[in-house]
Design a protein around this ligand. Structure first.
Ligand SMILES: Cc1ncc(COP(=O)(O)O)c(C=O)c1O
Length: 448
């Protein structure tokens, strides 16, 4: 009989959730913070490649990768071995007070993947929100300015500074009082639903005009703005890529006014879009780049990369006890080896494969309004009516549930989209299974 680790596709052996999963869900409700948003009762036990086995022995194909984290798949043997080797040698010493060689070695390697000729330095934290927090502090410190501009729909994290930039869902801010002053938001160039009501072609231009004509004239003098932060592909907002020209123009505007361009690549980074960084698709050179999630295959690590002349803050200005912990760095090095040797290219190829297969979805399924993204960062927008584009969050939620019942793990994103963010090692058979399963879901949900 095939064992779970030899499987390539799902195998369901109980009704879902199974009896053990039910128990864990009840247990969890008693002791774990209810602030988490679990869409369905997947109780993971072990993972292998793109597959997850639950506590009842059901195997699922994972097109969520632990929210775009497990870039090299679950428990890749090379990542596991790097973690084990490092853990046996040195688990922690704190890079903030002591030295260990792997830290500069990884910093050098990581910084060389980031566009821009100037040498760079890296600050290490433990998560995406910490990376954004550090980027904000660095931008203020380096420019001696205090204002920020961010985009509606973007998600940058949940600590107080990063939350001030986040404009994703009101529930993320509700009840927490006043956030950081000096942050303004402008619309994101969301071609399918231009927030200014313009056409997809002119949407980005109008937003840039709004920035220069209104925001810089009426709210913030550009000379007071420390940074503009953007996700090159909006993640939580629905997997929406910003057009190339938009990012290029944003860079021009930033340079014109001495504003730092901060790209948040926490979700889009580390190979997911078929290049190391999504900003490379637009040929821009960010001043500060934030990374986390996929950087260490599931170990907690966040990194901020900036030009060396910019990241020139004093000892004591910013630090974190665990940031750049040796075990996480070992996992990140192994992750980079795998991404470099095969998985970035695989993400590009499999992304093309999926986009080819999804090319006729808007013709075949009346509830599919838009399919967009880059590489293995794909958003499918679900609507009631393709003409009016009426949002259909309840249908989207049904699709997510139904996919789970069929053995495919996906997550929602934005108001009414489904996101596909599999590990970067999926093959055609797995991509084909995902396509067929999603098509079944669209058919079944679209009937009602
Ligand atoms: C673009 C982006 N930035 C920041 C974050 C925050 O990361 P973390 O949850 O690791 O704090 C996320 C998380 O989803 C993200 O997608």
């Amino acid at each position: 009989m095939t064992t779970a680790t030899e499987l390539k596709l799902p195998r369901l052996v109980t009704a879902l959730p199974g009896p053990k999963a039910k128990q864990v869900v009840e247990y969890d409700a008693k002791y774990v913070s209810p602030s988490y948003t679990r869409d369905y009762p997947l109780v993971a036990k072990r993972g292998h490649g793109a597959l997850i086995e639950d506590v009842d022995g059901n195997t699922f194909l994972d097109f969520s990768a632990g929210i775009a984290v497990c870039s090299t798949g679950h428990s890749h043997p090379k990542v596991v071995s790097a973690i084990q080797k490092q853990a046996a040698e040195l688990i922690h010493m704190s890079g903030t007070d002591f030295f260990y060689e792997s830290l500069p070695r990884f910093a050098e390697r990581l910084s060389k993947t980031v566009p821009g000729a100037e040498a760079k330095r890296v600050y290490f934290g433990n998560s995406g929100t910490e990376a954004v927090e550090a980027a904000m502090k660095l931008a203020r410190y380096a420019t001696r300015r205090d204002k920020f501009i961010a985009f509606y729909g973007c998600f940058h994290g949940r600590t107080m500074g990063a939350l001030s930039l986040t404009a994703s869902k009101a529930v993320q801010r509700k009840g927490f009082g006043a956030l950081l002053a000096g942050v303004e938001h402008i619309p994101y160039p969301y071609a399918y639903r231009c927030p200014l009501g313009h056409t997809a072609e002119t949407c980005g231009e109008e937003i840039l005009e709004l920035l220069e004509r209104d925001l810089f004239k009426r709210l913030f003098d550009p000379e007071d703005v420390a940074g503009i932060i953007i996700e090159p592909v909006q993640g939580e907002g629905g997997y929406v890529p910003a057009p190339k020209f938009f990012l290029q123009e944003l860079q021009r505007i930033c340079r014109q006014h001495g504003i730092l361009l901060i790209v948040d690549e926490v979700q889009s980074g580390m190979g997911r879009t078929g290049k190391w960084w999504a900003c490379e698709h637009a040929g821009i050179e960010p001043d500060i780049l934030c990374s986390a999630k996929g950087i260490a295959s599931g170990m907690p690590l966040g990194a901020v990369v900036a030009r060396a002349s910019l990241m020139d803050w004093r000892p004591g200005a910013h630090a974190s006890t665990f940031g750049g912990n040796p075990v996480c760095v070992a996992a990140a090095m192994a992750t980079m080896d795998l991404l470099e040797s095969e998985y970035i290219e695989n993400a590009r190829r499999m992304g093309e494969f999926l986009f080819r297969r999804a090319a006729d979805w808007t013709q075949k399924f009346r509830i599919v309004g838009d399919v967009r993204g880059r590489g293995l960062m794909i958003g499918v927008e679900i609507v009631h009516d393709q003409r009016t584009k009426e949002k259909a969050p309840e249908l989207r939620n049904k699709i997510v549930q139904l996919a789970f019942q069929k053995g495919l793990l996906i997550l929602g994103a934005g108001d009414t989209s489904v996101r596909l963010s599999p590990p970067l090692l999926i093959d055609e058979e797995q991509a084909d299974f995902a396509v067929r399963t999603l098509e079944e879901c669209f058919r079944e949900v679209g009937k009602n």
